[in-house]
Design a protein around this ligand. Sequence first.
Ligand SMILES: *[C@@H]1O[C@H](CO)[C@@H](O)[C@H](O)[C@H]1NC(C)=O
Ligand SMILES: *[C@@H]1O[C@H](CO)[C@@H](O)[C@H](O)[C@H]1NC(C)=O
Ligand SMILES: *[C@@H]1O[C@H](CO)[C@@H](O)[C@H](O)[C@H]1NC(C)=O
Ligand SMILES: *[C@@H]1O[C@H](CO)[C@@H](O)[C@H](O)[C@H]1NC(C)=O
Ligand SMILES: *[C@@H]1O[C@H](CO)[C@@H](O)[C@H](O)[C@H]1NC(C)=O
Length: 268
Amino acid sequence: MKSLLALVVLIIYVNQSYGQNFGFDLPASQVFTTAQFNCFVNQAYDTILLQIYSANGEFDQIGLQNVVNAKQSGLWSDAIINPCRNVNNTCKNGLITGVEQALEVIKYMNSSDAPYTYLNLQIQGYKNWPKNQTANQQFIMDFTNTILDAVNSGTYVSGIGIITNYNDWSNIVGPNFTNTSVMDLLWVNWNGQQDLTTGWIPFGGWRAPCMHQYAGNIVTNNCIPGIPTNYYYSDGNCVCHEAYCYSAFHKRRMMTFANKAQKFVRQQ
Ligand SMILES: *[C@@H]1O[C@H](CO)[C@@H](O)[C@H](O)[C@H]1NC(C)=O
Ligand SMILES: *[C@@H]1O[C@H](CO)[C@@H](O)[C@H](O)[C@H]1NC(C)=O
Ligand SMILES: *[C@@H]1O[C@H](CO)[C@@H](O)[C@H](O)[C@H]1NC(C)=O
Ligand SMILES: *[C@@H]1O[C@H](CO)[C@@H](O)[C@H](O)[C@H]1NC(C)=O
Ligand SMILES: *[C@@H]1O[C@H](CO)[C@@H](O)[C@H](O)[C@H]1NC(C)=O
């Protein structure tokens, strides 16, 4: 009887999670507590994105700790990678290429206490990027291919999407560069609309975004005021163009979570 009830609860839970998702991100400026993350959960947020790599060129241990703490509060935690890419090739850790930086991310994430973390590569701030679009394209493909190779070979459980907007994409790699269009797009457009369509103009080969960062740099909230935060919306219906897309990843993650929860309930 108890396990039947548990199953019903789980089915409702999983079904709900396939619907709309409301997310937010937090910078890696400090470690936030599980209690602080819980406050967002109570306000109906279900997804968080945390920066685990910084543009000055180092893996972010604080961000990783936040991924772990956020997971404990029941949020689905995903990661933002702000790659180190600038005209002077000045990266704190000396890792310059897309391959090197991706391997660094894998090294830390794979050995961490945070399995099932989806990665999003942020392609923004074009003024800081080198002007050579061909070289920028190569950097991005090197990074994403390195992650996907590890995922394909079964040695690392994740997936990778792109965070960008029309203006940054056009300046950094050119408007017609479409090689990453099989990956999910997290579209940045601070128009305040919790949808995937208002103001959407296709670019980069993407027909539709998977998620929308609809508001940003907002420092007022009831949970952790004073910290600049961006907000996200997804309708849970992204079309999947490759095996390791976000929706497939998220389904697998939810089933794993459901199995664990079910085992836990059965043991009660
Ligand atoms: C790159 O290095 C040059 C020479 O040291 C310096 O003048 C310039 O400000 C640097 N640019 C950036 C974006 O750091
Ligand atoms: C741009 O980058 C490509 C690939 O790294 C290189 O072959 C090419 O020479 C570069 N172009 C310029 C103008 O530096
Ligand atoms: C993008 O795809 C085209 C066509 O497959 C290929 O020729 C090109 O080398 C790719 N560019 C990069 C940077 O991988
Ligand atoms: C990730 O960790 C597992 C288990 O420790 C290991 O077998 C695997 O080779 C690691 N993957 C990568 C890409 O380093
Ligand atoms: C991009 O492609 C369109 C349509 O093929 C073309 O009109 C435009 O000139 C291209 N833009 C660049 C910057 O290559």
